[in-house]
Ligand binder design. Structure first.
Ligand SMILES: Nc1ncnc2c1ncn2[C@@H]1O[C@H](COP(=O)(O)OP(=O)(O)OP(=O)(O)O)[C@@H](O)[C@H]1O
Ligand SMILES: [Mg+2]
Length: 335
């Protein structure tokens, strides 16, 4: 008899506290066989331990193990389900903003995408996971932020423009740079995902990742395997080269790349109204060709009219971000 046979039999048993089978609750956490003593070792999670429900479940499991499965002994540990509150487990669309090089506009894309999704009526959160150079707070104009805990000792995210925001900067004193090693990204993200009192009905979580290639992709894989990526580059070949590396690393870990955003693509000379390609040309196309993905947007050089880093819909760049947001929505809806 294999472990799978044993599991199949045990999964038919109903957890009386949840009125669901152990298959439905995914309650069987461990199956071990001690051949010498013909003892089955089980760890099972249930809704509520203690009381009649636990006694009933113990009896049902013992019956199945001894009568149907014919083991002479049973070591059974019953535990209560750990309330899994990580937002990574919720049906939320996660969009990671990544780049090869720094300074290409990753944070601008992350903030403006979040802003446009919100303006389209979506429930949005923005996570600033750039442990090296956090800039979401300044783009979103949060000012100095003090975070508070709710009654469950969970961090209440800061809200601005209807967007829930958490930034590494909120956890550092006096904006001193944090010298965190890349490996700590994992730990910090777990903290953000488990210990923050996010709106459980979020639809989109936009994550501004640190620039980089392999190590970051690996961390992201561990944290949110289902995240889809947008890769930001400038049109200059030196930036697109590194962007391709970052993209390949991401693809290697099976992260879907929604597409590429080429930022600072051109400048419209106000006196001639002609495009000037200050930072070169063709970087975006180079990256999309190398990664076999789409060029989602080409964003020109230009400062926002009203805000520090956010473009409104009546500005040309605001309109480009709006189209980008539509594309992102579509890329999740087509599934
Ligand atoms: N399209 C644009 N036009 C003009 N300025 C821009 C544009 N995009 C970004 N910038 C400016 O360039 C700088 C870098 O942008 P941003 O902080 O978004 O890049 P980043 O890739 O997140 O950088 P970092 O690696 O430091 O996190 C900022 O000062 C930003 O205001
Ligand atoms: Mg940034």
């Amino acid at each position: 008899m294999t472990v799978e046979d044993i599991r199949a039999r045990l999964e038919q048993i109903v957890d009386p506290s949840l009125k669901k089978t152990l298959k439905e609750t995914e309650g069987i956490k461990h199956i071990g066989i001690d051949d010498e003593t013909k003892t089955l070792v089980l760890i099972v999670a249930m809704g509520t331990t203690g009381g009649d429900e636990e006694r009933t479940l113990r009896r049902e499991i013992a019956k199945a193990v001894k009568i149907d499965l014919k083991f002479s002994g049973l070591k059974l540990e019953l535990e209560e389900f750990r309330v899994n509150t990580s937002i990574a487990k919720l049906p939320i669309n996660f969009v990671g903003i990544i780049s090869g090089k720094g300074g290409v506009g990753k944070s601008s894309v992350a903030a403006n995408l979040a802003y446009r999704l919100k303006q389209k009526g979506k429930k949005v959160a923005l996570i600033d996971a750039d442990i090296y150079g956090s800039s979401i707070p300044s783009i979103m104009e949060t000012g100095p932020v003090t975070l508070y805990l709710n009654d469950d000792k969970k961090i209440i995210p800061y809200s601005k423009d209807g967007i829930q925001i958490i930034s590494t900067e909120f956890f550092t004193e006096g904006n001193k740079p944090v010298i965190w090693r890349g490996a700590l990204l994992n730990q910090m993200m777990n903290h953000f995902f488990y210990d923050v009192n996010w709106d459980r009905n979020l639809e989109y979580v936009i994550i501004d990742f640190p620039p980089g290639t392999g190590d970051v992709a690996l961390d992201v894989k561990n944290i949110i395997p289902q995240a889809k990526m947008i890769l930001v580059t400038t049109p200059h070949p030196s930036a697109s080269h590194v962007a391709i590396k970052a993209g390949l690393a991401s693809q290697q870990f099976n992260h879907e790349i929604i597409g590429v955003v080429e930022n600072m693509s051109y400048y419209i000379n106000p006196s001639t109204q002609k495009k000037e390609f200050i930072f070169g040309e063709g970087g975006g196309q180079m990256v999309t060709a190398a990664l076999d993905t789409e060029l989602l947007a080409q964003i020109p050089i230009g400062q926002p009219k009203y805000r520090l880093g956010l473009y409104e819909i009546d500005e040309p760049i605001g309109k480009i971000y709006s189209d980008l947001a539509d594309y992102v929505i579509l890329s999740f809806e087509k599934e």
